[in-house]
Design a protein around this ligand. Structure first.
Ligand SMILES: [Zn+2]
Length: 341
């Protein structure tokens, strides 16, 4: 099965009333973990690479690993998505490399740190949409500014400083024609999202519901949506790690989001925690081992376990075979045929 445009996967998710996890990768083992989880749960899946991942692994490695995934798991619709593109050029190069979906994060300036103006964001996003849609590639935009910093990207802060305004979100979608919209509702990138179990004061699900009411047909994206489970933190700390107590986005809040228009859920930290805990355990318990497979295999299995749990919780499990995947050419034709919404 070829790599699939994200728009189709999200449209199908909207039809079926479920969410789709978007899991970040940097290497072979993470891609294998996600694909095994997708096969075990029969899930369509979004695999995403950040600018940091592209730099770490090199685009050609990532692309060919993803192609291998689509060959080895022909029954699974796989989207290859660019996470937080910071410029037109970054998105263009990803599209040239074979990504079937890109995020242009115009909520920040090209430095990936400074919040931008609405006009800057809308203009840049519109340009990316025109370029991408002509090639059948999906575009995710962002309005409002997320909290935290990851891989050098982000404005910092708690995520409550620049919450998404529903009216502005509506104007943004109208002006840009984006396929999916990332919103700021108090979530942050990285492991340290909340200093206590989040309530409505810090995780603004009310705002998400308001945005969905204003834009019922728009596919919403929740960023920074790892749940940072205590058991994964405990494994790391039990074997010599030093994580400070922290809280993520509870799975039941994500499920509430999915009931209210969220179709893509970004998860990275949970995979990182699972991998690190498994590796630390092997190092601590079997210090005589030195074959990388002795710790990368348990790491891969630990990540698969957490990804499977998320796929099941988000409702995408069982939906891999629901539809015939579209090619980018077919999608481009669909975009050119009429207004997208
Ligand atoms: Zn993000």
């Amino acid at each position: 099965m070829p790599l699939v445009p994200m728009r189709q996967v999200l449209d199908e998710a909207a039809r079926g009333g479920y969410g789709v996890g978007a899991f970040n990768v940097n290497n072979l083992e993470q891609i294998q973990a996600i694909m095994e989880a997708a096969r075990a749960t029969k899930s369509p899946v979004i695999i995403q690479a950040s600018r940091g991942a592209r730099k770490y692994a090199n685009d050609r490695f990532l692309y060919h690993l993803m192609l291998a995934a689509s060959e080895i798991y022909p029954e699974i619709p796989v989207v290859m998505h660019l996470d937080h593109g910071n410029s037109f050029e970054t998105c263009k190069s990803a599209i040239e490399m074979g990504f079937t979906s890109v995020m242009i994060d115009g909520s920040l300036m090209e430095d990936g740190k400074t919040p931008s103006t609405f006009e800057y964001n809308a203009d840049l996003t519109r340009r990316v949409v025109e370029y991408a849609h002509a090639r059948g590639v999906t575009v995710e935009g962002e309005i409002g500014v997320l909290g935290g910093i990851e891989d050098g990207h982000g404005a910092g802060g708690s995520g409550l400083e620049h919450l998404t305004d529903p009216e502005q979100a509506a104007q943004f979608v109208e002006k840009t024609g984006v396929d999916a919209l990332a919103i700021a509702i108090g979530t942050s990138h990285g492991a340290y999202k909340f200093t206590r179990k989040p309530d409505g004061a810090v995780l603004r699900m009310d705002r998400l519901i308001e945005i969905h009411r204003r834009l019922p047909k728009v596919h919403l994206v929740m960023h920074g949506s790892s749940s940072v489970p205590k058991d994964l933190q405990d494994i790391i700390n039990a074997y010599g790690g030093k994580l400070k107590p922290t809280w993520g986005v509870p799975v039941e809040e994500i499920q509430l989001g999915i009931k209210n228009g969220v179709r893509k859920v970004n998860v990275d930290t949970d995979s990182r925690l699972a991998i690190t805990g498994a590796i630390r355990k092997v190092f601590a318990e079997s210090p005589e081992k030195f074959d990388p497979r002795d710790y990368l295999k348990p790491a891969r299995e630990a990540m698969q376990k957490v990804v499977e749990a998320r796929m099941t919780a988000f409702g995408q499990a069982g939906h891999a075979g629901d539809y015939q995947p579209m090619t980018l050419a077919q999608m481009a034709e669909q975009y050119s045929g009429a207004l997208v919404r």
